[in-house]
Ligand binder design. Structure first.
Ligand code: KG4
Ligand code: ZN
Length: 358
């Protein structure tokens, strides 16, 4: 019988210090033996966003303890681990270096394989922890730094269909929450306070909704929230604006996802029911889940949302990506470095910046 691999994962690309021990089940899914995430909300709250140097210092202070906790909880000793996987990008270089270097050292001392993992691939493969899922599938990756529609053709084989040309969806939630003084991180707070508001009270822009394929643009929406926030007179107005913002995001995502689903069908020339995965921190939003679930049913897709513990940044997805890469011999440490930018589809155009034409 083939040995079931057990990997230690390490994630420090942004403001979560995370470590996890994951064992493959042998049927394409995995058992998460531990999944420890230390979030730095308190450190960054007063700035309303992540401050790289503060994040890096918090990683240094926590990382050894978090790895030890992940091992203890999994009841595995370091000798029983078959490999170490750490996030090598994209992310904040000063933060990435901490998890990456400790992972590399642990692997070297233990004479174990070390795998550099793309954080986005971690998110992309995260639904496979809990679901038997076959390639190809359509992925909407929505987090604080990224918003992309991708065809996941196979491990290491991605085609980007669309991306944001300015703000990521999570970033738009965070900035809107900051404008409305609803606290940090923005996503969960907007969702909470939107429940108290009327989603039809404000009419907000839906930039490039009917053009540019499934590319997204959210900067104009945020600017309009800023403009309208100046006339807020009560808490109720604030909740109404939060609810209207969330509703507008839902309208944009519904339309753009429909376009992405059509593009996916054309690309793979297969009309059978296919998985549609929504991953990344924003996938935790219940209204977005409901909206995209309904659309999937209409468009003949099977919607898959990772459990909330695997939506936001975590190291289980990194360990799991490591196991899969190791099995396919997709690793090579020779030229490894940490990187701030690391697209999954290297051929995809870079759409941010001035002079952009769509
Ligand atoms: O994947 P993630 O943990 O980190 C990145 O790789 O960016 O995503 C974090 C983002 C933040 O922008 C946060 O506000 C957003 O996900 N988020 C949400 C919700 N929970 C987290 N956005 C909307 N609704 C939520 N419930
Ligand atoms: Zn992430």
């Amino acid at each position: 019988m083939e040995k079931k691999l057990t990997f230690l994962g390490i994630e420090t690309s942004c403001d979560e210090t995370a470590s996890s021990v994951v064992q493959e089940n042998g049927d394409g899914t995995a058992k998460v033996l531990s999944n420890i995430v230390s979030s730095q909300i308190k450190e960054h709250e007063k700035f309303g966003g992540v401050v790289p140097e503060i994040a890096a210092r918090a990683h240094v202070e926590n990382i050894d303890f978090i790895i030890q906790k992940a091992l203890d909880k999994s009841k595995k000793k370091i000798d029983e681990i078959d490999g170490v996987a750490a996030t090598a990008g994209p992310g904040l270089i000063v933060c990435l270096n901490i998890g990456y270097n400790i992972g590399k050292s642990l692997a070297a001392f233990g004479k174990k394989p070390f795998l550099s993992i793309n954080h986005l691939e971690g998110h992309a493969l995260s639904p496979g922890i809990e679901n038997k899922i076959s390639f190809p599938y359509l992925l909407l990756l929505v987090s604080g730094g990224h918003s992309q529609y991708l065809i996941v053709k196979n491990l290491n084989d991605y085609k980007q269909l669309g991306t944001t040309i300015d703000d990521a969806v999570g970033e738009a939630f965070d900035k809107t929450a900051k404008i409305l003084n609803l606290g940090y991180p923005g996503g969960p707070n907007i969702e909470k306070f939107a429940k108290l508001g009327n989603k039809n009270s404000y009419s907000l822009p839906e930039p490039i909704i009917n053009r540019a394929g499934c590319n997204l643009s959210l900067a104009g929406l945020k600017t309009d929230v800023l403009r309208k926030s100046k006339n807020i007179k009560s808490d109720q107005d604030k909740y109404n604006l939060a609810a209207s913002f969330q509703e507008t995001i839902n309208k944009i995502l519904r339309k753009k996802t429909e376009v992405a689903m059509d593009q996916f069908r054309k690309e793979i020339s297969d009309n059978s029911i296919k998985p549609f995965v929504v991953a990344g921190g924003v996938a935790a939003n219940e209204t977005i889940r409901k909206n995209l679930k309904e659309l999937s049913e209409k468009m003949n897709f099977k919607p898959i949302f990772p459990s909330k513990e695997f939506c936001g940044d975590n190291a289980a997805m990194i360990a799991w990506a490591g196991i899969q890469r190791y099995k396919k011999k997709l690793f090579d440490n020779k030229d490894d470095i940490v990187r701030s930018r690391w697209p999954l589809d290297k051929k995809a155009p870079f759409l941010k910046g001035p002079g952009l034409k769509l």
